[in-house]
Design a protein around this ligand. Structure first.
Ligand code: COA
Length: 388
């Protein structure tokens, strides 16, 4: 297997875009990434596109072909493949691109993610998102994503010492970071009152415990590490790519407050990279709801079960803390265009490792990690990156 590096990145602003279509968003991010890698489109050997539900959100399927066509690459006949794993679609698309280059099947591969969620009303987007859970056992009886994560939060708060105020600190921190990220959907700091007095969505989760509905796209270009310097002075090495699965329905889990797929993907990633938790300088985790960030920090092994709430409240995961978590603002403040999120996490990791993260730069960042979740944890992708 060859070592692989990220040589170019691009990302649209995340938000509610009435003036840009699904294909416009994708092309915008793709062109940014290709220009960043100093490439011509014809040099691309393969494309992998993360997308969860264009069929429900914009009534368009056959996304791989659509993207190749509107990127101007259909005439090059390059293979273009849609990857679907709910909210982990982007993370898995990235993994496929890395595997293609590592194996020698491709030299230059693009991994992208795109979702246009705001063309439908909230009831339809809620139902489309619920398709990432078990439709027969969860969706048909009315379980929504906020509802399922509320069950995780309730179970967690019953068993571990997490207060409502500590949970709110996840949102406060991520909005603070989002206010320093020019692509974030919400670039506004919030207070404890904002969270605690916001509308109840699914008890105990309030509006400001939830990621929003978002339009956006992100793209990255990967190449063999040995040739990466031909394209960029700052290639970022992919130190590990890992993936894991678990039961799709929450009630079948061994423990609903622990995402075993995160534990497995994290362990595999650390083993592949030959690193320990203490080597990680920052991590982008899948905070689709505030409780998800608490679980992620623990399930990746950065602290013991039951400690993440206290550590968050003490500033351990803040921008200037021991382990900055979600420097981009996370899904909570940066936004969550579901198929694009896993690629946006890679985008953020690359900016941090290049030293290009502006007001949210983690000083001296050498090694970063991403964790991207599909559903309530039935699919998890974990990646580790390092400066070269
Ligand atoms: N956090 C903070 N503010 C939010 C928000 C969020 N998650 N979602 C919406 N808002 C704001 C909007 O900007 C708007 O503000 P404004 O009045 O100042 O313009 C206001 O709240 C109302 O927005 P609206 O779009 O009408 O909200 P909604 O009630 O339709 O949707 C949720 C709110 C929480 C239901 C929706 O964001 C949601 O479903 N989130 C979860 C998404 C999800 O499950 N993703 C997959 C996870 S695995």
């Amino acid at each position: 297997m060859r070592d692989v590096a990220v040589i170019g990145v691009g990302c649209t602003n995340f938000g509610e875009w009435w003036d840009r279509s699904f294909r416009n968003l994708f092309v915008e991010a793709g062109v940014m990434a290709i220009e960043d890698a100093n490439l011509a489109g014809e040099q691309i050997d393969a494309m992998y596109v993360g997308n969860m539900s264009a069929g429900r959100f914009i009534e368009q399927e056959h996304i791989g072909a659509l993207i190749a066509d509107y990127s101007g690459l259909a005439t090059e006949n390059i293979p273009s493949t849609r990857v679907e794993a709910a909210c982990a679609s982007g993370g898995l698309a990235f993994r496929e691109a890395v595997i293609a280059v590592a194996s020698g099947m491709a030299n230059i591969a693009v991994a992208a993610g795109v979702e246009k969620m705001t063309d439908v009303d909230t009831s339809l987007s809620t139902d489309a998102l619920a398709a990432a859970a078990d439709r027969e056992w969860e969706g048909f009886v009315g379980a929504t994503f906020p509802g399922l994560y509320a069950m995780i939060a309730t179970d967690y708060m019953h068993r571990y010492p997490l207060t409502r105020e500590q949970l709110a600190q996840v949102a406060i921190k991520n909005h603070y970071n989002g206010a320093r990220n020019p692509i974030a959907q919400f670039q506004k700091e919030i207070t404890l009152d904002t969270v605690l007095n916001s509308t109840m969505v699914a008890d105990p989760l309030r509006l400001f415990d939830c990621s929003p509905i978002t339009d956006g796209a992100a793209a990255v270009v990967v190449a063999p590490l040995e040739t990466a310097k031909k394209y960029t002075d700052t290639p970022i090495k992919v130190l590990a790519t890992a993936q894991a699965s678990d039961t799709i329905a929450l009630h079948d889990r061994r423990d609903i407050s622990t995402l075993d797929a995160t534990v497995a993907a994290g362990n595999r990633a650390f083993k592949m990279a030959g690193l320990e938790r203490k080597d990680i300088d920052f991590v982008e985790v899948h905070d689709c709801f505030t409780i998800a960030e608490i679980c992620a920090i623990e399930d990746l092994g950065f602290c013991k079960k039951g400690e993440a709430g206290r550590l968050t409240a003490e500033g351990y995961t803040a921008l200037d803390g021991n382990l900055p978590v979600n420097t981009s603002g996370g899904l909570k403040a940066c936004g969550h265009p579901v198929g694009a999120t896993g690629i946006k996490q890679v985008y953020e990791a690359v900016l941090q490792l290049r030293g290009d993260a502006g007001k949210r730069q983690v000083a001296g960042a050498e090694i970063g990690m991403t964790q991207n979740v599909g559903g309530t944890g039935a699919t998890v992708a974990a990646h580790i990156f390092g400066r070269t």
